[in-house]
Design a protein around this ligand. Sequence first.
Ligand code: ZN
Length: 290
Amino acid sequence: MSIAGLHHVTVTSGPPAPNLAFYAEALGLRLVKRTVNFDDPGVYHLYFGDAAGNPGTIMTTFPFPNARAGQAGAGSTSAVAFSVPDPAARVDALERAGTAVARTERFGAPIWQFTDPDGLALELLEGPEGIAGVTLWLDDPEPTARLLVEVFGYTQGPEQQEAGGHRRRLALAGDAPGRFIDLWRADASSRSRGGAGTVHHIAFRARDRAHQDELAAALRARGEQVTERKDRQYFESIYFREPGGVLFEIATDPPGFAVDEPADALGRELKLPPWLEPHRTRIEAALPAL
Ligand code: ZN
């Protein structure tokens, strides 16, 4: 039943143009889908990833032109780590784009830390291209750790005391993207507040609907409140709020981003799901220029 890692991470962002420039140019991801928030079609939903938009490489943003700044804190995903084969080259590109990057070490390996234009904490480390993992900031990491181990198949990794708190790593075997979840318990608690520069939710991978159903059943058996399945056009999703307060999604690998445009043209045009297509003229008129 174990999962294969993270599918995507979705963040709330500020104005769309700097958001697109940062993720597509400075960070070097490909814009693989240009669509709208299906629950709020006045706002873009931009998907960034590797060239093919593979699960585990996807960072998605809801860029609100006038978003209030949010704040990471207990009950939120407080940092997102990307891995790339050549971090030095990527650090150069970030610095040339005006992003300040700091180098440090974690669990014996170098990592580079910086923020996106809205202040979201991002990290870079060496590895196959994709999302390496995330940090969850939790007042009590134990119930979340149990869920990740007992339902999702993560295993206990290293832990260390750091300035300001304690970090404990849960990891999946192998080098699949999204293989680690760090649980961060701060010495001084601070509540998170949604808004620009914060993670809205993280999504884990289900192989298919049957696998997603198995996971949903296991979660419901533990008393988790899991939503019904929602059609997200490029995957199908269920959602629940894990015991520490972070919104988790489980998304199916199929059908993927090539379902409504050719693989070599991903992200060029505004795509709408069939149920929003009749409103295209009105939706396009309301969206800011990109
Ligand atoms: Zn999602």
